[in-house]
Design a binder for this molecule. Sequence first.
Ligand code: PCA
Length: 213
Amino acid sequence: MRALVTGFEPFGGDRVNPSGAALAHLPARRGDLIVETRLLPTVFGRALAALHEAVAATTPDIVLGIGLAGGRAELSLERVAINIDDARIADNAGNQPIDRPVVAGGPPAYFATLPIKAAVAELRRDGLPAAVSNSAGTFVCNHVFYGLMHLAATASRPYRGGFLHVPYLPEEAAHQAGAPSMTLAQIVRGIAIILDVAAARTADIAAAEGAIA
Ligand code: PCA
């Protein structure tokens, strides 16, 4: 089984993006799961093009997008991706789309198909603050989340998809009074736990469907 995990470049004046920084620390393999990683540009359109390329190259069973949500205190498993680009700030190429669809003619929304409740329970059991979130925003993260779910729904080779928003690293929060933070080691541990839960559930479903022996 293969997982594709994506993170983002820094944006909005931050020096580091924990979602991108975490990628280098993920193991290439966890049990039977092969873990592929890709850093995406924080740019509308280009991020999705890079995601499509990565999915074609890695043929994943699981796709987990990851991004920074500065100000959040918990690892946030996103429940829903919406078909809207509505940027409060410019992306890294100066684009600032307002009220535009991610995919013209696409459905209004997609739900994550990774086991988000089970993942949150496991993260909390491990002592990591975690929650289900009902909005991934309307910036590049939601754009990629919607795009990855749309691709899963329309591609010839479907996969289970989801999105994780992570808090600031302490070194970034140190410059934002009152902002909560989480260490890179905790974020990396959290991602590994989410992948374990997703892989176990995906294997159960595949076995039940007779897709694998
Ligand atoms: N967070 C932004 C985009 C890139 C990232 O890491 C977001 O939440 O949309």
